[in-house]
Design a binder for this molecule. Structure first.
Ligand SMILES: Nc1ncnc2c1ncn2[C@@H]1O[C@H](COP(=O)(O)OP(=O)(O)OP(=O)(O)O)[C@@H](O)[C@H]1O
Ligand SMILES: [Mg+2]
Length: 431
């Protein structure tokens, strides 16, 4: 049987040759790393951080850097952190630099753990011992440089999880990386901009000003049209009029765009063109897949009515509920597309006063649900509490949900009832 594979990946990081756009970000991160600068890559969940880091690593290797990628996702102990760092170095290196790493890791493996009543070669509390081991591992770029004369690009993904284990670890890190200027460059990536801003932007924290922020923005419609259209075409399909609806809903969110394209492709037979019915079927499948998780989230907020209201208001209004209607948004609804921007002159997608802030979606720098599928879901959730005008919520959840530039500004709750009535279904988003 000649079965075609769905070309749209939406669960794992995508390989470098499958990335839509991101040339500008790759170049920027690479140039900074090559120049010995540290960066922090911040974006909401599922925005393509890990995929982009894969591309940056590939390019860094081409220009003669070692690259080490460490994922701290859900690491729970310092011992686990050290193990992940060890494994990352051993996997990335070969020859003399690898032997230098092995020497360090074996030294630590040889140390006996002190157990109550047991025999220990060294009498050290476990935590101190683990901190010392981590300290040695954080110095590995120096050893690698001694052996190879090559700079190492060290990528710490899900960096916020490291800080959750030990809130003092940023002090240790700073003590190391500040002396690595010739030997290493670091990229710290994470999905919690508030936490990363706090770490690197707070004068009182050791890592203050140690890493330049690079934001990952929504993908441009033009790039998605090219990518999705080409993959449909290659498999003898046409996304047709459904592509417009897909882009309207995805609002440049990379993973949601791929997820929608994946389902639309499934609903489009070989040799046929997708239409609104195909899109509706794709949306129904997506709805079934995501409903349970979003429903759980909504339930979890039952004790936090203000957060529910913010979410519903964001989903329903299509604009920042704190701001008056944005004329640019109205223009875009009338079908005016921004000009395509390409090549080295392509400007950053931030606004002039807020570099790196997306200029698409509800309004530049405005509040918006980062996940459009969640937005669509919550558009269908009737607010169950009366309006609570003027009160502020201090919720970190709400700010984590939103794609916002101004961390200091907390969302105010407004009554979301009216817009809700404008949209009868969460999944029917036809123009
Ligand atoms: N530039 C891109 N081109 C194509 N697809 C992309 C791109 N960026 C992200 N995606 C889509 O998003 C999905 C998630 O990508 P990735 O794992 O890199 O994101 P992430 O930000 O690291 O996610 P997480 O927050 O879970 O760590 C991919 O499977 C892919 O569908
Ligand atoms: Mg990731």
């Amino acid at each position: 049987m000649n079965r075609q594979l769905n070309p749209f990946v939406y669960d794992d990081p995508v390989p470098p040759n499958q990335l839509v756009d991101r040339e500008g970000e790759t170049e920027q991160l690479l140039a900074l790393a090559e120049g010995g600068h540290n960066t922090r890559l911040q974006a909401p969940r599922r925005y393509g951080k890990t995929s982009l880091l894969g591309k940056v690593r590939e390019e860094a290797q081409k220009i003669g850097m070692h690259t080490v990628y460490v994922d701290f996702y859900r690491a729970l102990t310092l011992a686990e952190v050290s193990r992940r760092i060890e494994e990352a170095y051993l996997a990335a290196l070969a020859g003399a630099p690898r032997r230098a790493v092995t020497a360090v890791t074996r030294r630590w493996r040889g140390k006996l753990v002190v157990t109550p009543g047991g025999v220990g070669a060294e009498i050290e509390p476990a935590k101190v011992r683990e901190q010392q081991r981590l300290s040695d591992l954080l110095d590995l770029p120096r050893r690698v440089f001694e052996r190879s004369g090559m700079r190492t690009l060290v990528v710490f993904d899900e960096f916020q999880d490291l800080l959750r284990i030990d809130s003092d670890v940023d002090g240790l890190l700073r003590a190391k990386i500040q002396f690595h200027r010739d030997e290493a460059s670091y990229i710290f990536a994470g999905s919690e901009p508030g936490m990363l801003n706090g770490l690197f932007g707070d004068r009182k924290r050791p890592l203050f000003d140690q890493a330049r922020p690079v934001a990952l923005e929504p993908l441009h419609d033009e790039d998605l049209i090219e990518f999705i259209g080409a993959h449909f075409e290659r498999s003898n399909r046409d996304p047709g009029e459904a592509l417009d609806s897909l882009l309207d809903l995805a609002r440049g969110h990379p993973q949601r765009a791929m997820l929608l394209a994946h389902h639309l492709w499934e609903q489009t037979g070989r040799g046929t063109t997708a239409d609104f019915e195909s899109f509706d079927r794709a949306m129904a499948t997506l709805d079934r897949e995501t409903k349970e998780a979003f429903g759980q989230l909504w339930e979890d907020l039952s004790e936090k009515p203000n957060q529910r209201k913010v979410l519903a208001a964001l989903a329903n209004s299509g604009r920042d509920p704190l701001q008056p209607a944005d004329p640019r948004r109205l223009r875009s609804r009338e079908g005016v597309r921004r000009p395509r921007r390409r090549g080295p002159d392509r400007p950053r997608r931030g606004t002039a006063d807020r570099p790196g802030v997306p200029d698409r979606g509800p309004a530049a720098g405005a509040v918006a649900a980062a996940n459009p599928a969640l937005g669509a879901f919550s558009a269908d959730c009737r607010p169950i509490v009366p309006a609570d005008r003027g009160r502020r919520t201090e919720s970190s959840w709400a700010s984590g949900l939103c794609n916002r530039s101004d961390a200091a500004r907390q969302p105010r709750c407004e009554a979301p009832a009216a817009p809700h009535q404008q949209r009868p279904s969460a999944v029917r988003v036809r123009p």
